[in-house]
Design a protein around this ligand. Structure first.
Ligand SMILES: Nc1ncnc2c1ncn2[C@@H]1O[C@H](COP(=O)(O)OP(=O)(O)OP(=O)(O)O)[C@@H](O)[C@H]1O
Length: 332
């Protein structure tokens, strides 16, 4: 459904070249639900904007449903729906009217647009608010209306740019449920961007981790976690000296990363829960009593941390995903 090869996009800002996307090779099959995950500035939105024909690539190629995003823009637009970050139906209009106008803009007849609008209003749980001005809708309801707008022409492929940003956890969960339901009903291929790790984990069959404008990992959430991050075992001791002795012994554990802080030792290792009884027995035999244990399964953030040395959770990642070079350097 999507194929890109060496997809690249640079922006020039005050004579400086921002390399937003650098040689991206992507492949998305029909019917997949894929999440592009990465920190602010990693290049996710720019990628989506190229795939939706809003901006041309600087170099490289991209085909959507077999159509080239540069030379067959009209064909691409017919098969896709795109819900950008800043979307929002006009405020004074009623939601239902917005949907019908959108359908008309896609060349659908009035009858067809009305029928499709009614169907989407029902499946996105908007019946109670569809005939009110959009300005009176809650954030979650507006976002669902945005999604209905993107789906009015029954696209085969739906792009969602950070669908749940700005929503509270309850509305976020509700929106995720609706997206999954729509997908189950219509088999729509969905590509979404997010920096909510739990969202990518819960919804996507495949997570493509993007950093510095390139793909750094691409797999199912389960496999990414199994391959790139172990379980975290936290062991509590009576004293810092016990912890230091325990850490020294645990360093011998194959494939484990051990850190001691105060009377606590953390061990990052694959299959941690299976290893805990043996670890306790071994330390006990060495005269070191373990006072508490906890095992935490890895998250996608652990995967990101492992791959980049940075945490996705750090609010201040800013534009760290992008390097800036001068235009002269690029020319050279
Ligand atoms: N129109 C533009 N002009 C100049 N620079 C841009 C433009 N659009 C994006 N950029 C830059 O390109 C880089 C990638 O931005 P992009 O919006 O694709 O990242 P993102 O991964 O979607 O981030 P976020 O999660 O914050 O939306 C950033 O450094 C951004 O400042």
């Amino acid at each position: 459904m999507i194929q890109t090869s060496g997809l690249t996009r640079h922006f020039t800002v005050k004579k400086q070249t921002v390399k937003a996307v650098r040689g991206l090779d992507l492949q998305v099959e029909e019917g997949e639900l894929v999440a592009l995950l990465g920190p602010n500035g990693a290049g996710k939105s720019t990628t989506l904007r190229m795939l939706t024909t809003l901006i041309p690539p600087t170099s490289g190629t991209a085909a959507v449903a077999g159509y080239d995003v540069v030379v067959q823009q009209r064909e691409v637009r017919r098969v896709i729906g795109y819900i950008g970050q800043g979307n929002g139906a006009a405020h004074s209009q009623r939601g239902r009217d917005e949907l019908v106008s959108q359908g008309r803009a896609y060349g659908m007849s009035v009858r067809e647009s009305r029928a499709r609008a009614a169907e989407l209003i029902a499946s996105l749980d908007l019946a109670a608010v569809a005939d009110r001005p959009v300005s009176s809708l809650s954030g979650g309801q507006k976002r669902r209306l945005d999604i209905a707008m993107g789906l009015i022409h029954a696209p085969r492929l739906l792009f969602l740019d950070e669908p749940s940003t700005g929503l509270d956890p309850q509305n976020r969960a509700n929106l995720q449920e609706h997206i999954l339901k729509l997908r189950a009903e219509h088999g729509t291929t969905i590509v979404l961007t997010t920096h909510y790790l739990d969202e990518a984990d819960a919804m996507a069959e495949r997570v493509i981790v993007i950093d510095h404008g390139t793909v750094i990992a691409d797999d199912t959430p389960a496999r990414l976690k199994a391959e790139h991050a172990g379980d975290l075992i936290t062991l509590g001791f009576a004293s810092a000296s016990d912890a230091a002795r325990a850490a020294a012994r645990l360093d011998a554990l194959a494939g484990a990363a051990v850190t001691a802080a105060g009377a606590t030792v953390e061990v990052r290792v694959a299959g941690g829960s299976r290893l805990v009884p043996g670890i306790i027995r071994d330390l006990d035999a060495a005269g070191i009593a373990v006072e508490s244990t906890a095992v935490n399964r890895p998250t996608l953030d652990d995967v990101f941390l492992n791959l980049t040395g940075r945490s996705l959770r750090e609010g201040a990642v800013g534009n760290s995903g992008t390097d800036t070079v001068t235009a002269e350097e690029v020319a050279a």
